[in-house]
Ligand binder design. Sequence first.
Ligand code: SAM
Length: 284
Amino acid sequence: MKNSALSSDRKEAREYQTTSSGLFFKAKKVLFEKKSAFQKIEIIENDFYGRVLFLDGLVQTTEKDEFFYHEMLVHPALGCLPHPEKVLIIGGGDGGALREVLKHPVRKAWLVEIDQEVIRACERYFPWLEAALSDPRAELAIADGFDFIQKTSERFEAIIVDSSDPVGPSAILHARDFYSKLKKVLKPGGVIVAQAGSQLLHLKEHGQKARFLKKMFRYSSFYSAPVPTYPVGTWCYTFLSDRVDPLKVKKLRVPGGLKYFNEEIFRASFAQPAFFQQALRSSK
Ligand code: SAM
């Protein structure tokens, strides 16, 4: 939970505050504001971070630092797979994850986003989304990710869960039931990666997740990386597979032109600080 909100007392000054990290985003211009059926969508222009997307007051993406998050969400999974043909992205309406997936020689990538209004707004203000969606390998489904996986007859080599925090429509995407259904649409040998939250602020949730995930998957690890505008700055992801042990991957496939991800970063990202290891141990 990023616990951020447009602080009402500062509304006139148009400062968007991330209370848990203390970050303020001063809006040079408010580009978009709309309440959709699912959430409040806001896009502002900030001097330093460029365009910033908020959903229900929580920062999701900024032009300046989105590459940390999107590269670390996508390339660890796809880089480990020799032939990732079919890839499913759940959430991810800002399009950054889809853009990164399409850097791999995949045959097809589905973007399953619940909120058509997020897609409309991001197509207008984050041009990489329109470019990614016009790739013939991309298919957009406006649907609840949970319903989609229950109905689809497709099976995927890689599944990327680019959900928001576990509140509102995303809450379901963090639950045990969702992961057990997700496993049913994963091909044997496939990999699931999901964004898992702040390394420091969500320790309790990481412990709870780790407990059920390790019963479901032979390999279930957390990895982490910085995202400067997310609370506390270090973000966690889960890597899940029955066949791919990320710590023993010999050949990692890294597309050219990335800004953050490389082989050294991949290997280092599975190292965890003592307080995190301790939290996982004590949740057993
Ligand atoms: N980078 C992000 C973060 O951690 O803040 C995630 C960004 S992405 C914009 C999250 C998207 O997930 C949102 O656009 C939201 O509408 C979508 N979403 C939430 N619940 C969903 C669900 N049940 N099925 C599909 N998409 C969902």
